[in-house]
Design a protein around this ligand. Structure first.
Ligand SMILES: O=P(O)(O)OC[C@H]1O[C@](O)(CO)[C@@H](O)[C@@H]1O
Length: 225
């Protein structure tokens, strides 16, 4: 879907995600680029989120992840890749500026998402409303614990982040959410089969007219429909 979308609109604005889930997606994109099936020279990208306190050279920062998983291997113009700056001196005003940069680029055409075990999208934890915009947030203890696997210890996981809001995400023209594994089954079921509420932030996606969930059998295993 992503490669087809870029080929249909070479100047597309992509919204990109980090985490364990999209690594195979990015590997496939790199493979298609190397095979000459797609180019990214006119693409602009905006990432969903970043830990506050980690600069882009920190190996656990989302900027570093994007460079090593995707950007360093394709022909995207580095000036057109946007990831919130975890090292910004004033994260709150940087978040407002990030929102303005998305608007100046014409908005996001296709937004890639993962989903947290507690139903979070980007770092919009339970309690996040559909009106939320790019902002500074505190991470829940369960998210900190889940993401500790990428760090030497749980104490090293930042406690705050800059994240696009639910409202920012819902403004993307098209949304593609990926989920794999049994650990995501409950969040997927609640997102798709319960009324939208702030308890499960991904359930707000029900309000969007063009969302695709791509699930493996384990992530889909609690769906009854
Ligand atoms: O793909 P993972 O590592 O399970 O993470 C799921 C979600 O959690 C986050 O990593 C944030 O905790 C998101 O960026 C991601 O979409």
């Amino acid at each position: 879907m992503i490669v087809a979308a870029v080929n249909a609109k070479p100047s597309i604005v992509l919204g990109l995600a980090t985490g364990g889930t999209p690594t195979a997606t990015y590997a496939n994109i790199v493979e298609d680029f190397r095979a000459g099936k797609v180019q990214f020279k006119d693409v602009t990208s905006f990432n969903l989120d970043e830990y506050i306190g980690l600069s882009g050279t920190h190996p656990q920062s989302f900027r570093y992840f994007m460079q090593s998983e995707l950007f360093d291997h394709i022909d995207i113009d580095p000036n057109n890749t946007f990831v919130p700056e975890g090292g910004a001196s004033d994260p709150a005003s940087h978040a407002i500026q990030y929102e303005a940069q998305i608007a100046a680029a014409g908005g996001i055409d296709l937004q890639l998402l993962g989903i947290g075990h507690n139903g979070h999208i980007a770092f919009n934890e339970p309690g996040s409303l559909p009106s939320t915009r790019t902002r500074v947030v505190e991470l829940t203890p369960s998210t900190i614990e889940k993401n500790a696997r990428f760090f030497a210890s749980v104490d090293e996981v930042p406690k705050t982040a800059i994240t696009m809001g639910i409202g920012t995400i819902l403004e993307a023209k098209q949304i593609l959410l990926l989920a794999t594994g049994k650990g995501k089954a409950e969040a997927v079921r609640r997102s798709l089969q319960e009324a939208a509420s702030e308890e499960v932030p991904a359930s707000w996606l029900e309000q969007h007219p063009d969302v695709t969930f791509v699930l493996d059998e384990d992530a889909a295993s609690e769906l009854s429909l």
